[in-house]
Design a binder for this molecule. Sequence first.
Ligand SMILES: Nc1ncnc2c1ncn2[C@@H]1O[C@H](COP(=O)(O)OP(=O)(O)O)[C@@H](O)[C@H]1O
Ligand SMILES: [Mg+2]
Length: 237
Amino acid sequence: MSLLKIENLQVSHGPLQALWDVSLDIAAGEKVGLLGANGAGKSTTLGAVVGYYPVQSGCITFDREDETRSEVSQRLSRGMALVPEGRRLFTDMSVRENLEMGAYMSGPRRKLAESLEHVFSLFPILNEKQRQAAGTLSGGQQQMVAIGRALMSRPRLLLLDEPFIGVAPLIIRDVMDALAKIAAEGITIVLVEQNIHRALEFVDRAYVIENGRTILEGTRQQLLDDASFGAKMLGLD
Ligand SMILES: Nc1ncnc2c1ncn2[C@@H]1O[C@H](COP(=O)(O)OP(=O)(O)O)[C@@H](O)[C@H]1O
Ligand SMILES: [Mg+2]
């Protein structure tokens, strides 16, 4: 049963067409990678899924409902959440305030306290630093805030755009462990990642995007066994 289905998506940024033919079919509970070179269209795909970019043609279905042209706020309230490229935190605001921003639509205080507890259980360091300005944290800790903020709306689908950029190697392990826990709770994960080996270590399955088109799809093993995958991905890491 698919949770997110994208069919033949076309998206442009002004005069520049970024996506020509992107199709994805992701089942509830899956961990799926979105791989490809710089400029291939990975971020545009995630942005189109949550509604930041209008779609020229194709369609987006989320949990059986057509979301191709719906408002961003509707998609978020139905259970999508995006951890954007570059984190986009409010660096002068506290860690806790940043997290609370993620829950702005989800209503009662009680739920907010529960969601905060959930985030702090995944990232205990954020509990300790909750009163500090987000901008004073390390890159890895800021990434934890960005992921935590996305989790505050209790999403069913978590879209992550290159979450390991600017994160120290030792901390990448912690963040990956937290993502594994999030997945184990049943949250579906789509991970955009340039480091192919790191991505394939985490996901069940991945799609490869090239020049705005999905050109390959397979399980970790199928992709590693595919000669064209090797050739396309060589040197990307
Ligand atoms: N806001 C934007 N305005 C204009 N062009 C953009 C914008 N965002 C992305 N692009 C262009 O769209 C194409 C796909 O970019 P992007 O989706 O960011 O790729 P990726 O995330 O795979 O690196 C690239 O040619 C990029 O230069
Ligand atoms: Mg990108």
